[in-house]
Design a protein around this ligand. Structure first.
Ligand code: 13P
Ligand code: SF4
Length: 349
């Protein structure tokens, strides 16, 4: 194929994916040379690009091999034969992929933070442990490796209920998300205390806008992330992580949905569920949106040291144990929730 016809084919490919989001062929033409180059480098280097559902559509559909939630993408990184992983997301997710794939090269296009991960460090967890020796400490996956290394188990929004319910201790300190911890406390058989971190995206949703959508679209199903306030979570039809929301919409006969989460997921649903209507507002995550196509290209061409994930061996070994515990406890917790008839709606009392 000539360079010209290659470019024309790429523009058509991008347009077919992005049309539903209002992209014109001219818009696709602007990014096509970059997506072509990235996809070529990916093949040459035997690399795989993982894109979180909160990334921009040009990354998800232009260069992503897999789009998903923090849990699913980390598992995908482990299953995939590629020796190089480019994780388009915030830094802690790249770290998680590295913990699960110590022998692979893991790159992040940007060292992007997260208001939750930035809320606590390893020393603060050690102090919590000293002050509360009787409690089990569970960390949300939105934490850095040095924090995971100090905890008994990790969890994601996809398995937090399962993990907490099957911890051996009756008393659990859940870090760093106060709101997710409060949501857990409402439904859990455990005594849960929390840290004071919050997600700047999910804490920003207003319960009145949910009620307004209910009034304007009486048949609409409303879905929220459990990083939202308990008051809001109590009013929605489904609470769960990004992949849980995807499955809910896929299997629901309803035609109208409101997603109370970051805008990338709204874009994803608009692009992928052509016969469903997504209504209401979303909030952008400034950390997730730091990542641009040019950063992905640069990381593949000539990675800067801060784009290559390295974790000190002792920290990596203890943080990995926390992830292994998550996989173990999740299995036991799934069985427990099934017995209680809560496996489909784990965040509901
Ligand atoms: P998921 O675990 O659902 O991918 O969400 C990650 C996140 O950052 C939520 O704000
Ligand atoms: Fe962190 Fe919230 Fe952004 Fe997710 S959406 S990366 S939790 S700040």
């Amino acid at each position: 194929m000539t360079m010209r016809s290659e470019l024309a084919t790429e523009i058509r490919r991008l347009h077919a994916k992005l049309e539903k989001l209002g992209w014109k062929e001219d818009d696709c033409a602007l990014i096509a040379p970059v997506t072509l180059e990235i996809n070529e480098l990916k093949r040459e280097q035997n690399a795989v690009i993982l894109a979180h559902s909160y990334q921009t559509p040009d990354i998800m559909y232009g260069v992503g091999d897999f789009i998903g939630d923090s849990y699913g993408l980390s598992v995908k990184a482990t299953d995939h034969p590629a020796q190089k992983i480019v994780f388009c997301s915030v830094y802690f997710m790249g770290e998680t992929a590295k913990l699960l794939n110590p022998d692979k090269e893991v790159l992040v296009p940007r060292q992007a933070g997260c208001s939750l991960a930035d809320a606590i460090n390893g020393q603060q967890v050690r102090e919590l442990r000293q002050q509360n020796p009787q409690a089990g400490i569970v960390c949300y996956v939105n934490t850095y490796a040095e924090v995971k290394a100090e905890c008994d188990a990790c969890c994601t929004s996809a398995n937090a209920v399962e993990v907490v319910e099957s911890m051996p201790q009756q008393e659990i300190i859940f870090i760093p998300d106060r709101l997710m911890g409060e949501n857990l406390a409402k439904i859990s058989s455990k005594k849960i205390s929390t840290w004071d971190g919050t997600c700047i995206v999910h804490e920003g949703f207003d319960i009145n806008s949910i009620r307004d959508i209910r009034n304007r679209f009486p048949g609409a199903k409303i879905l929220a992330h459990p990083e939202c306030t308990p008051g809001l979570v109590a009013e929605v039809d489904y609470a769960g992580g990004t992949e849980g929301m995807l499955n809910y919409v896929k299997n629901s006969p309803a035609s109208t949905f409101m997603l109370v989460t970051e805008c990338g997921l709204t874009d994803r649903f608009k692009a992928e569920f052509k016969d469903k209507e997504i209504v209401g507002t979303c909030i952008l995550c400034p950390y997730m949106k730091e990542i641009q196509l040019d950063d992905v290209l640069q990381a593949l061409k000539d990675p800067r040291p801060e784009q290559v994930i390295e974790i000190p061996a002792d920290v990596a070994q203890r943080a990995k144990r926390s992830l292994d515990q998550m996989f173990e406890l999740e299995k036991a917790g799934k069985k427990l929730l099934q017995e209680q008839g809560r496996s489909k709606l784990p965040w509901t009392a």
